[in-house]
Write a protein that binds this ligand. Structure first.
Ligand code: SF4
Length: 767
């Protein structure tokens, strides 16, 4: 271990206010304001000509996939533009004309940069050449690609065991890059592959695998056209997956109904003004939500149980409420579920969930009459101690209604990052898959490790405790994405080496290991070519469809190389030529990688040709109503417990949320337009009754404190905003509030941090 002088880093960044302005929350999403804001971002970052050129290729068949969320493109993309405001913001960040080069790093030390906000850091621009931060230095300096690869190889060789390495993946990487990365990590000898889905949809994967036999959703985009009811639970599509609103609009126009379940009434679910249509620009748009169930934070299971109980009573009286033929043919555990439901008191459940019974009854009436039902969800369900059960209760409802395996119905976990699902499909996972290992052995001639690897929360603990010493990240901003910011920062700082393969500067480059490398790579929109020949890669969207993505912009710097080439460079430096895989050759030739994916991963047969155009769907047993992998060969009903939150009088339940000017950890701006909050991120949304009960008023300053296992964590300086949120609940933005989420409290089975239900108290800061 080197004897490194400690750098003086501000892990949390500035905790100052930026000058709040408040307006009434919006009553619709998109429309002309969205177009205006999107173009402002694009023109400011890229200029007019480049903006027009870039946007004309985004989400088009021969173009590049939006680097934002994983919502699918229609088979026939509109020439008017197949993107949303946040997609434009995402591409404006990537294709910005600003650069972070060696002069930038010579001017600003990491100590100085650590006092910048995430917004300021992100706005610095694109990284242009490999940089190294040496143990006794506070300035990054240039390093050649070959020296960077050698440095990584030497550090990996110096480890006592391959399990001292941690290899993180964010959801931006292509299938080809992720496949090669997973292959190298296994060849190196570990399964320590935490990825961003550990922090978001892992609970969905676990619940869906256990109940339906596949960790992915079952719906296709066209199912929204046919759905009679779409339930949107714990999800805010207006900000996080904006083009989903077009799908909901189609559902409504075809006579379908939308039920939203959320502690907040989000503008995107109230009304949608589709900017691609005249009525979306000039008229009032489409009303989306028919019934809003304003559930208390983490009481979705209570609410769903009341709904199931009420449906079960109607089913006794009336035919066609539950699909008994479906239940008999395809499911197991129906009688147990009914018996279990009887043990709960309806009035207690109603009190727990906090929704008026008359509103619940409207939803029950609607659901009792319909069978083509889609349930969509996101982090509002997954990031709780009972995240897995939240999803299992949704599956219960779909199974009772027979709403699986037929048009207009099914499960729809809505994924965040654009290829988060694909990365997992092609082998990024900390679990051991004997089938995958066997296929790798047969195809590549080496035996992958059989020991379970570390997921995100356990990788952080290993680094914090000195059991892991090298951290390599294929994309992402780990310190801002993970829970317990100060603990995670210490984990990274303990490492002998941290490596970030990135397009833009972020806080994880600053909160770095003793030695740190930044390896800059091509963005989605950029031309990726070898020997004058353009290359394309593939991604998988939220609905299991694989398709190509081909960039066309001039790269931000001549010194950028692609992610597969970076992985190949590291592997080549590590193995030299002493390995059955020819890493150099494989990393240069994406067609060759695809040939290997086809041999190793089920469902990719013919990927070479099929990924062109609008792509192809991967196999999905739920669509085929094939539950043969599950006990008795049937889909499983589940008896789920109620979440327990016994709050003391002064305690509140906090959920972390995103602002509208934000995608994951990337902060595009300081406005949260739909919630009427401008130029400020240090805010807390609070019910007006709680505001008075706590003897507070609008714009009072508070600190939030969580206390788990006798450890106090504090997020300082937040402004109170009285808001329409259930009593006892508050909401504030992440990553600012990640500091409150204890690293060792996470969902049962999935280990997803409890970022949406953190018990906190408030204190007034000493002036
Ligand atoms: S909905 Fe998602 S994928 Fe589509 S343009 Fe918007 S951010 Fe990009």
């Amino acid at each position: 271990m080197s004897n490194t002088k400690k750098r003086n880093i501000s892990v949390l960044g500035p905790e100052e206010f930026t000058g709040i302005k408040l307006q009434k929350p919006a009553e619709y999403a998109a429309g002309l304001p969205a177009v205006k804001v999107a173009l402002q971002h694009a023109f400011k970052e890229m200029g007019v000509t480049k903006s027009i050129k870039t946007l004309s290729q985004m989400n088009q068949k021969e173009g590049f996939d939006c680097p934002g969320c994983a919502w699918p493109d229609p088979d026939k993309p509109s020439k008017l533009g197949e993107y949303c405001e946040n997609g434009v913001k995402a591409i404006a960040e990537e294709a910005t004309n600003k650069r972070v080069d060696k002069n930038f790093f010579a001017k600003y030390s990491v100590e100085e940069l650590s006092h910048w906000s995430d917004y300021q850091i992100g706005k610095s621009g694109r990284l242009t050449e490999p940089m190294v931060l040496k143990p006794d230095s506070v300035h990054y300096e240039p390093i050649s690609w070959q020296d960077a690869f050698k440095l990584i190889a030497d550090k990996l060789k110096a480890l006592d065991s391959p399990d001292e390495g941690v290899f993180y993946t964010s959801g931006r990487s292509s299938n080809e890059a992720a496949f090669l990365y997973g292959l190298f990590i296994r060849a190196f000898g570990t399964n320590n592959m935490p990825d961003c889905s550990n922090m978001c949809h892992e609970s969905s994967g676990v619940a869906l695998n256990e109940t339906l036999g596949i960790g992915k959703g079952s719906v296709k985009l066209e199912d929204f056209d046919k759905a009679e009811v779409v339930m949107v639970i714990g999800q805010n599509p207006g900000t996080n997956h904006p083009r989903m609103l077009s799908a909901l609009q189609k559902c409504k126009e075809n006579g379908g109904k939308v039920i939203s379940v959320n502690p907040l009434e989000e503008a995107g679910l109230i009304r949608f003004k589709n900017p691609q249509e005249i009525k979306g620009v000039l008229a009032s748009g489409t009303a989306l939500t028919d019934i809003h169930l304003q559930v208390k934070i983490n009481q979705d299971v209570s609410l769903l149980k009341v709904i199931l109980k009420k449906l079960a009573s109607i089913d006794k009286e009336k035919e066609g409420v539950f699909d008994h033929e479906f239940i008999k043919t395809y499911t197991s555990g129906y009688e147990n579920l009914l018996k279990d439901l009887e043990t709960y008191s309806e009035s207690e459940l109603i009190e727990l969930c906090g929704v008026e019974e008359s509103v619940i009854d409207k939803a029950v009436q609607l659901l009792s009459q319909k069978s083509k039902i889609i349930i969509c969800w996101a982090m509002g369900l997954t990031q709780h101690k009972n995240g897995v059960d939240n999803i299992k209760e949704c599956v219960n409802l779909l199974l009772l209604k027979g709403s699986l395996g037929k048009p207009g119905s099914g499960t729809c976990p809505v994924r965040g990052h654009s290829n988060v699902q694909g990365d997992r499909t092609v082998g990024i996972m900390h679990h051991v898959s004997p089938v995958l290992n066997e296929a790798i052995k047969n195809t590549f001639g080496f035996v992958p490790p059989e020991k379970e690897g570390l997921d995100t929360v356990h990788a952080i603990q290993a680094m914090n405790q000195g059991r892991a010493k090298v951290f390599i990240a294929l994309g992402g901003n780990f310190v801002s994405a993970a829970s317990d910011t100060e603990y995670t920062a210490q984990a990274l700082q303990n490492c002998d080496l941290t490596v970030n393969i990135s397009t833009k500067l972020n806080r994880t480059h600053i909160v770095a290991g003793k030695t740190a490398l930044i390896l800059p790579t091509l963005g989605r929109s950029e031309l990726d070519q070898k020997n004058g020949k353009p290359r394309f890669f593939t991604v998988e969207n939220s609905m299991g469809k694989v398709h190509q993505s081909k960039g066309m912009l001039k790269p931000a710097s001549e010194n950028l190389i692609s992610e597969p080439e970076i992985i190949g460079g590291i592997a080549q430096a590590y193995f030299k030529n002493d390995h059955p895989v020819n890493w150099k050759e494989l990393s240069m030739d994406y067609e060759l990688i695809r040939e290997k994916i086809e041999l190793v991963i089920k469902g990719f047969n013919g990927i070479k040709d099929k990924s062109k155009g609008s792509g192809f769907y991967l196999p999905n047993n739920v669509r085929d109503l094939d539950f043969s992998k599950l006990p008795e060969g049937k889909a499983q009903f589940s008896c789920c417990d109620l979440p327990k939150h016994v709050l003391k009088k002064d305690e509140l339940l906090l959920m972390t949320i995103r602002s509208h000017d934000q995608f994951n950890t990337t902060i595009y701006g300081l406005d949260d337009r739909y919630r009427g909050i401008y130029n400020e991120r240090r805010i807390v949304l609070m019910n007006p009754n709680d505001v008075s009960r706590h003897k507070l008023k609008k714009f009072d300053i508070i600190n939030m404190i969580s206390n788990y296992d006798d450890k106090e964590r504090k997020a300082s300086n937040f402004l109170i905003i009285p808001y329409n949120i259930p009593e006892g609940n508050i909401a504030a933005y992440f990553p600012e509030t990640n500091v409150l989420v204890p690293y060792n409290h996470y969902a049962d089975k999935s280990n997803t941090p409890i970022s949406k239900s953190i018990v906190v108290t408030l204190e007034t800061p000493v002036q």
